[in-house]
Design a protein around this ligand. Structure first.
Ligand SMILES: [Zn+2]
Length: 621
């Protein structure tokens, strides 16, 4: 490649670029204090944000995977750009004109090939959008305009989404773009043209209604094309093929318009087609996106999780709208298989008349579309209903078989606190006692067949009067009786550190009720926690704990809270240490050196943590 960008121009690009703005295009950032920002790392899979951005120092760094650098490096890594392409992209953004140093071999007309490939392909698409939208107003595009009008989209809507028309003829777009200076290779690489058998170049899309597909930053990277005429023997929808800039596993139609609302509302609505995205946005559901010619998959989840800042602390909601048909149901169940971490936050919205959002808006108006989204159902409920519906529950065999098929779904719930709730629900739906259903779920969780004798929980329950249970009880009492005192210290200790199942449920209910730090106490607070309890046993326990005296003489103080929470965590940390030690004994250090040392390292750091907790726990004794 001839020529390179002048160093002083690169420096200027760095200086004029807001790293925060560049990264915010793809990663939702929240304040991390001291002027720094953090979000979910786009370069490794994580649940809590370790990706840090320092706008003051113009750098980013991930504590999780060690990646880091400046804005240029971020674009190179996140968008797979070359250095030159990344600098060109930032320069365009900052409105800077770059100057190039010519190589010896460079020809005077070298300015064009110097530009990065991505920029050329994006420019070709921008020119194509201009061409196609102009075509939509011509006489030949009447059917395309009628198609839009019949679906409730006026001219303003067509313009907002850049709808266009690919005209009759073999190569009108190709000719137009060739005149604009795009090369044969560029048009083929962009997926806009393809070689005919004769060897000459022809348009990919002909006599179709087009939607430009944009990336997160708003650049057009491809098209979706709908068939309009009966004598068009192609598929109903045709999309841009895989190109260096168009990866269908990542692409979400409408994401450029929806991303700010998705981040703001912490919610995204996944619909099935271009017209559904338009209908949703126009009906007041601005968070709608659609996949383009492919099923919703893990890469799409990755894109959305980073926008939703989907962590344990901030839970984003994904709502799928499906036609009630078999394909939609299958897609929903696949989503269940895909990413267990997402299951608890995934919802299904099925229109009662099996209409998609576009039809629904036409038939019943904007409000009906908003209502469809509001009436969403948790994915787990949907999946259970779907599985159970295949069996005849009037027979014993039918009920038992339905239980066997449904139990693994409940067992799979990452959110273990939700299991008792779903065991009860499943038992109710099947018309069975709770115990056999619980056994089936436990068996499914441990990978044993349900009939293999009485199944035991993988994690043994501590006795109610064990020291660990007593300290858990004390912590919950503090949270219920002295929320202002317990505050963030209580909230900082996660439900996973509680070992007794009913305590786990109460701890979850406290979080559900908004957390202790936000509570002001009194009867309202106790009621809120009680209402949030997932089962009756937990509700009863809340009543008990709200009045049971604390195990301290005199008034509790912050030190007492600190000691209690440290003792509680110490119990769970020492249990994890026991598990790790037993695992180390089972690892052969010769064959599995890496695993051995990794586990050993984990053990050492846990032991260190345990020592610190023991000191904290001793603080008040
Ligand atoms: Zn990372």
């Amino acid at each position: 490649m001839a020529g390179r960008i002048r160093d002083e121009d690169i420096a200027l690009v760095r200086e004029r670029t807001s790293i925060e703005e560049v990264i915010s295009d793809t990663v939702t950032l929240k304040s991390a204090g001291a002027g720094n920002l953090k979000g979910l790392c786009p370069f490794h899979d994580e649940k809590s944000p370790s990706f840090n951005v320092s706008p003051a120092r113009n750098v980013w760094y991930c504590f999780g995977c060690g990646a880091g650098g400046d804005a240029i490096k971020f674009l190179m890594d996140a968008e797979h750009l070359s250095f030159v392409e990344a600098v060109e992209r930032l320069a365009a953004r900052a409105g800077l004109q770059l100057r190039y140093v010519e190589d010896d071999r460079a020809t005077p007309r070298a300015s064009r090939p110097q530009q990065g490939q991505r920029q050329r392909l994006v420019a070709a698409h921008a020119a194509a959008v201009e061409f196609y939208t102009a075509q939509l107003t011509t006489a030949g595009a009447r059917t395309a305009r009628e198609f839009l009008a019949q679906r409730g989209f006026d001219r303003a809507a067509a313009e907002r989404y850049g709808c266009g028309f690919a005209p009759e003829g073999w190569d009108p777009l190709t000719k137009h773009l060739r005149q604009r200076g795009f090369s044969h290779d560029e048009l083929v690489t962009a997926g806009l043209s393809r070689p005919a058998r004769s060897g000459s170049l022809i348009d990919r899309f002909r006599r179709r209604l087009l939607w430009p597909i944009r990336d997160l930053t708003g650049d057009v990277i491809g098209f979706g094309a709908r068939k309009l005429f009966d004598d068009d023997d192609g598929p109903k929808y045709l999309n841009t093929p895989e190109t260096p800039i168009y990866k269908k596993s990542h692409v979400l139609y409408g994401i450029d318009q929806a991303k700010r609302e998705i981040a703001k509302q912490g919610r995204v609505v996944v619909v099935e087609g271009y017209t559904d995205v338009m209908a949703c946005h126009l009906a007041g559901v601005p968070t709608a996106v659609a996949t383009c010619g492919t099923a919703f998959g893990a890469d799409h989840i990755g894109v959305l999780r980073r926008l939703l800042l989907d962590t344990d602390a901030v839970a984003g909601e994904i709502i799928f709208t499906f036609d009630g048909d078999a394909a939609g149901q299958k897609a929903a169940l696949r989503a269940f298989e895909d990413d267990q971490r997402f299951v608890g936050r995934t919802f299904i919205a099925v229109s009662p008349d099996n209409m998609d959002p576009c039809d629904l808006r036409l038939a019943k108006g904007d409000l009906a579309v908003r209502d469809l989204v509001a009436r969403r159902e948790p994915l787990v409920d949907f999946a259970l209903r779907h599985v159970i519906s295949r069996f005849d529950l009037d027979t014993v065999d039918g009920r038992v078989e339905a239980m066997r098929r449904a139990a693994p779904l409940v067992a799979k719930l990452k959110d273990q606190e939700k299991r008792p709730e779903y065991v009860r629900k499943l038992a109710g739906d099947l018309g069975m006692e709770i115990e056999p259903v619980q056994r089936a779920v436990l068996a499914a969780a441990s990978g044993r067949p349900a009939d293999g004798g009485p199944a035991r929980s993988a994690r043994s329950e501590p006795a109610v009067d064990s020291p660990q249970s007593m300290v858990e009880r004390e912590a919950l009492k503090l949270a219920l009786q002295e929320p202002v005192l317990a505050g963030p210290m209580f909230d900082a200790v996660e439900a996973t550190d509680y070992r007794h199942p009913v305590h786990v449920v109460v701890r979850a209910a406290i979080a559900e009720a908004g957390g202790v730090a936000a509570a002001t106490g009194g009867a309202v607070w106790i009621e809120a926690v009680r209402d949030a309890c997932a089962d009756l046993a937990a509700q009863a326990l809340v009543g008990e704990l709200a009045v049971e005296p604390l195990r301290i003489d005199g008034e509790p103080d912050p030190r007492y809270v600190s000691v209690t929470m440290a003792r509680l965590q110490w119990g769970s940390v020492t249990a994890r240490i026991r598990d790790l030690k037993s695992r180390i004994q089972r690892i052969n250090p010769v064959n599995n050196k890496d695993e051995y040392f990794a586990t050993f390292g984990e053990l050492l750091s846990l032991e260190q943590h345990a020592r610190a907790l023991r000191e904290q726990a001793a603080g008040g004794l």
